[in-house]
Ligand binder design. Sequence first.
Ligand code: HEC
Length: 506
Amino acid sequence: MRKLVIGLLTIVVLLACIPLALIATGTINSGSVRMILNVMTGMGGPPATATDVKQRFQLPPGFKLELYAADLPKARFLRFTPGGDLLLSRPHSGDIVLLRHDANGDGQPDAVMTLIDGLKRPFGMDFIGDTLYIAESNRIGKVAFDSARGKLAGKYKPVVEGFTDEGNHWSKTLRVGPDGLLYLAQGSTCNVCVEEDERRATMMRFQPDGSGAEIFATGLRNSVGFDWAPWDGGLYATDNGRDLLGDDFPPCELNLVEQGRFYGWPYYNGANLPDPDMGSDPLAKQHEPTAPVHGFRAHNAPLGMTFIDSSNWPRGYERAALVALHGSWNRSTPDGYKVVSLHWTDNGIEERDFLTGFNQDGDIAGRPVDVAQGPDGAIYISDDYAGAIYRVSYGDKGQNWQQSMETVAPVSRLDAETPAWLAEADLPEMAERGAQLYFYYDCAGCHEAGENPKTLAGLANRLGYNAIIDVLKSPQAPMPIFPLSDVERRELAVYLLYGGGAERTH
Ligand code: HEC
């Protein structure tokens, strides 16, 4: 314990010296010194302005950037509600802000209001149906939510309590998995050490009622962002590499997180290189460390990530995620400070610049934290330094929420023509098998039962065969990805549209 305290003190002293040393040696300019000092003293930077946003940033051709909302100091994580409003967590003020969707099309939220406050450093948020789950630094809580009105519809209740939150990485990220379970990532207390609380530096998993706690994966120093690949359900998480081993080591990581695996921290860095401060891994025989699937540059600090639906985007984003690189604070030349796209290709994962301009030769104007895709297909990016949310849209599509909601409106999702596989004679038998699948996978559990079922009544007015097959292929959380074959997806679609499945549910 004493060793730990001395270690922590040394780190604090060392960190405090960095900006001073850098100013003295003239290695970085005043913009980044201001940034480092602001970050260390807990102050934000100058607020973002619309002019800045027009002049400063770069995006790939065809994309457009707007300042969606400003005056939101310490803006951290984002999540869209089922009703299309945007939630923003602000751990430092203990609140979650709701940005009402832009129905009037002026490029800004129609209202910005505090949804809930008095929480302890709330960070991650997600929904199961109309229940909002919130990860505070010491517990998970839930509250009923009225998606249409964008209001709470009940009392906030704890679901899991007793997490520790001391030390460096107190924030907890929460997401609902395709399996309907709660996934919680929590970072380490320290830069590099052996944790007393074995839940730190792990990803955990719980039932929605908080029972069945299990440590899902270990050795994750600080996995702030994670998401499931829509094409195969793989769970990918960003992870911040340790500090104080120089400017260029170790890489920050993207891990493919699988149950029971150990991702190296504190004994291994990057591609399982032993850590110079830790000595050998006492569990080396049981611990086969899993190497990252992608390395970000050292100290870039990848935070939020999201896989994107690129239906209205140019080619090249089919299997892609966006990741916010918050940017280095202890590297002699600032690095990161941008949003990158990751592309899953035959040759592995490629990283490309997406939104740059936060850092202009060391003059820092912002630090991206999280990325979320709206129901309008646009990308929303939070910035805790400029206290802003930016909106990135492509082409003419998704100019504003209303237009784009119209483009995905029911009618356009009905099949224009009969799918080629659909033969009248097969329908009864297909519907019969679809009904069995519906029963086997307990679709009714979410679509017919409970307080607030996601009813499939009247589905035929909203979705055609192809749209239903798309939903089954890449459902929105919390609807799970089921291991269905193409034929089985067709059978379910037939059951829902033709076989009376959607009529039964009301
Ligand atoms: C864990 C809960 C859950 C289960 C199980 C589930 N769903 Fe869903 N499903 C949802 C939710 C939630 C949505 C709405 C997602 C959204 O907001 O877009 C949804 C949406 C849908 C939609 C689109 C509805 C619309 O109006 O756009 C269809 C179709 C659908 N589900 C079919 C199924 C079928 C078939 C099964 C079983 C194989 C199933 N679901 C199992 C939760 C579930």
